[in-house]
Design a protein around this ligand. Structure first.
Ligand SMILES: NC(=O)c1ccc[n+]([C@@H]2O[C@H](COP(=O)([O-])OP(=O)(O)OC[C@H]3O[C@@H](n4cnc5c(N)ncnc54)[C@H](O)[C@@H]3O)[C@@H](O)[C@H]2O)c1
Length: 340
């Protein structure tokens, strides 16, 4: 048995408290200190010190730290961790600008440090199962990915708008489940809650295989919804990431004898299956994968900073399109940062 990894946590707000709970229960990891200038102990075990600065955390000696402070501070905190030679699991989005995200990629890659981003939807059982089924070709050719992420306004998020805070979940999961990159995007936003940032977005985009995407994301609905629908040759998958349910609606193969319905020549309704899938907590899986990446240096099972940079680039293109009214073409990732 290798000795337990020493982990720190930076930021003890809503998400930080979840990280503290999961870190404290992850095998092979010791939570050794939590940095938050305004932190309350909450889920943090009594033996773990609450600290006022990163220097105090570094003095304890840590292998990696989880960064769960506000998005606008990810760059500052992340760069300090990289300079100190400490790996990092940074909450999503990686940073509040493309430039900051690039600086973080360079800082961690140039030092050969293990670093990842908490795009937690990738660990949702419904999307994990959907991705495996798409990879196995169960849907045939994919035509379209539609995501809907609606809900009420979270008063604590004030540093970024709904595109960077929430639509980044949809951008990351869409690229990941399909294995495709975004090539263009067009979007409209509105700001209705009287705050400086947008709180509603509708975006239409195209992926590298020619399939289309559609994202509806807002903070203005009393209806809480997190749905991903992928439509292809053989039917469609519907993933509900609130309940972690995955459903398949098959195109029908039964010929229709009813004359009145025969004039429609498109697909027909077939069987519907709700898969029985195991449902481990996504945050626990995220932490176990990150722990394993720190142990082995293999980052194949985590969301890399480079992948998260791409998500920030696509979110910036969404905002640019909403501002200019033009469709924005995305440069290939290798054109903006050296290929490794
Ligand atoms: N993966 C997810 O599903 C998910 C969900 C919620 C939030 N998040 C992300 O987590 C991050 C935090 O969001 P939140 O909702 O927990 O916000 P929050 O406002 O509840 O918590 C932020 C905490 O950071 C602390 N903080 C401020 N400056 C700090 C500093 N310099 N060093 C250490 N701590 C500092 C604050 O005191 C506060 O306790 C954001 O980046 C957000 O996008 C991710």
């Amino acid at each position: 048995m290798s000795p337990a990894l020493r982990a720190g946590l930076v930021g003890l707000g809503v998400m930080g408290r979840n990280h503290a709970r999961v870190l404290a229960g992850t095998d092979g990891v010791d939570l050794v200190g939590v940095v938050d200038p305004a932190g309350r102990r909450g889920a943090v075990p009594a033996e773990v010190p609450l600290l006022a600065s990163l220097d105090e955390l570094f003095a304890l000696g840590v292998d990696y730290a989880v960064v769960a402070c506000p998005t606008a501070l990810h760059e500052e905190v992340g760069l300090r961790l990289a300079e100190a030679g400490v790996g990092a699991l940074i909450e999503k989005p990686l940073a509040d600008s493309v430039e900051a995200a690039r600086r973080l990629v360079t800082a961690f890659e140039s030092r050969g440090l293990v670093a990842g981003v908490g795009h937690i939807e990738r660990y949702n059982p419904a999307l994990q199962s959907m991705r495996a089924r798409l990879e196995a070709g169960e849907l045939g050719e994919v035509f379209q990915v539609v995501t809907r992420r609606q809900g009420p306004f979270p008063h604590r998020i004030s540093d970024v708008g709904v595109v960077k805070d929430l639509a980044t979940h949809d951008i990351d999961l869409t690229a990941w489940v399909t294995g495709q990159d975004y090539v263009s995007i067009s979007a409209h936003t509105v700001a209705r809650s009287g705050r400086p940032h947008e709180d509603m977005v509708a975006a239409v985009g195209r992926l590298s295989d020619g399939s289309m995407v559609n994202h509806l994301v807002n903070w203005l609905s009393p209806l809480k919804e997190r749905t991903t629908v992928v439509t292809g040759e053989r039917g469609c998958f519907v993933a509900d990431t609130l309940t972690a349910d995955l459903t398949f609606h098959a195109n029908g193969e039964v010929s229709n004898e009813w004359e009145a319905l025969r004039t429609f020549r498109g697909v027909s309704q077939g069987d519907m299956i709700r898969y029985a899938i195991p449902k481990p907590e996504p945050l626990r899986v995220e932490h176990e994968r990150f722990r394993d990446a720190v142990r082995t240096g293999d980052m194949g099972e985590i969301v890399t900073l480079r992948q998260a940079l791409r998500t920030v680039e696509v979110s910036a293109a969404v905002l640019e399109s909403a501002e200019t009214g033009e469709t924005v073409s995305l440069k290939a990732p290798s054109e903006v940062l050296g290929v490794t």
